[in-house]
Design a protein around this ligand. Structure first.
Ligand code: NI
Length: 249
């Protein structure tokens, strides 16, 4: 169930059944010659909605712009500074907590968000720790989960793509967008077949090291059929992970 398609009364009713909510978080950044700028937000959103439908979970609006400063030398990329994203995540959690949500599950599509979102969780926990009347009870819990790292997705990516998976503009994430948005499938030739690997620093350095935007990957291998299998593997694993999060002390 999508929060945006509910009334406030429906949200109140949902809170009687579950105090958990899924927040998809991604990025708006270049994804190489055949990957969509929205890949990380679109994949996280699609998979979160799949979990929502199959597991009676509520899904919040997607945080579509993430921490992507290193992609800024490519047209169309957008970024929040780490400090801005910390504030966005912090306020998102506090807004939901205000209504009684106490298990906030961030379903992430972008590796560049991990450090910043984790720092935002520390801000949330610092609020509780600095509250004199905080007591000693279990309270608000946040979790960040990367959809592309569940056991089922990792096994399938390896089987489908092996070393050609790489780490940015991967055939797996491109395949999931091809499954979800077949009308937006792009064709492109890429040389070398496997993109270079290396460290991620600032935007101009990134473009120098990774001229077409990819890191270590060959996303020409992506197909919508594979995307469907990856999507289904992700939803299956993540329903289990989300339920375990709701039940954990
Ligand atoms: Ni990505």
């Amino acid at each position: 169930m999508q929060l945006q398609l509910c009334t406030w009364q429906e949200v109140e009713d949902h809170l009687k059944r579950s105090t958990g909510i899924i927040v998809p978080i991604g990025s708006t950044e270049q994804h190489g010659p055949n990957g969509l700028i929205g890949t990380d937000a679109l994949t996280a959103e699609l998979i979160a909605r799949g979990i929502g439908e199959q597991a009676d979970a509520l899904v919040a609006p997607t945080i579509s712009v993430g921490m992507a400063q290193h992609h800024m030398a490519f047209a169309g990329s957008m970024t929040l500074r780490p400090s801005t994203l910390i504030a966005v995540v912090h306020d998102t959690v506090r807004s939901l907590a205000r209504h009684g949500f106490d298990r906030i599950y961030f379903l992430n599509g972008h590796g560049g968000n991990i450090a910043t979102v984790t720092a935002a969780f520390s801000e949330v926990y610092a609020d509780a720790s600095l509250d004199r009347d905080g007591g000693n009870a279990p309270r608000l819990r946040c979790k960040l989960k990367n959809w592309y790292e569940t056991p089922g997705v990792k096994a399938l990516s390896k089987e489908l793509y092996g070393d050609a998976e790489g780490s940015h503009a991967t055939p797996s994430e491109v395949a999931v967008t091809q499954f979800a948005y077949p009308e937006a499938i792009k064709k492109a030739r890429m040389k070398p077949k496997l993109a270079p690997k290396g460290p991620i620093l600032d935007a101009e350095d990134y473009r120098r090291r990774f001229p077409d935007g990819r890191i270590g990957s060959d996303p020409t291998l992506a197909t919508p059929e594979a995307g469907k299998r990856l999507y289904e593997a992700a939803v299956k694993d993540l329903i289990e992970d989300y339920r375990a999060f709701l039940e954990a002390a």
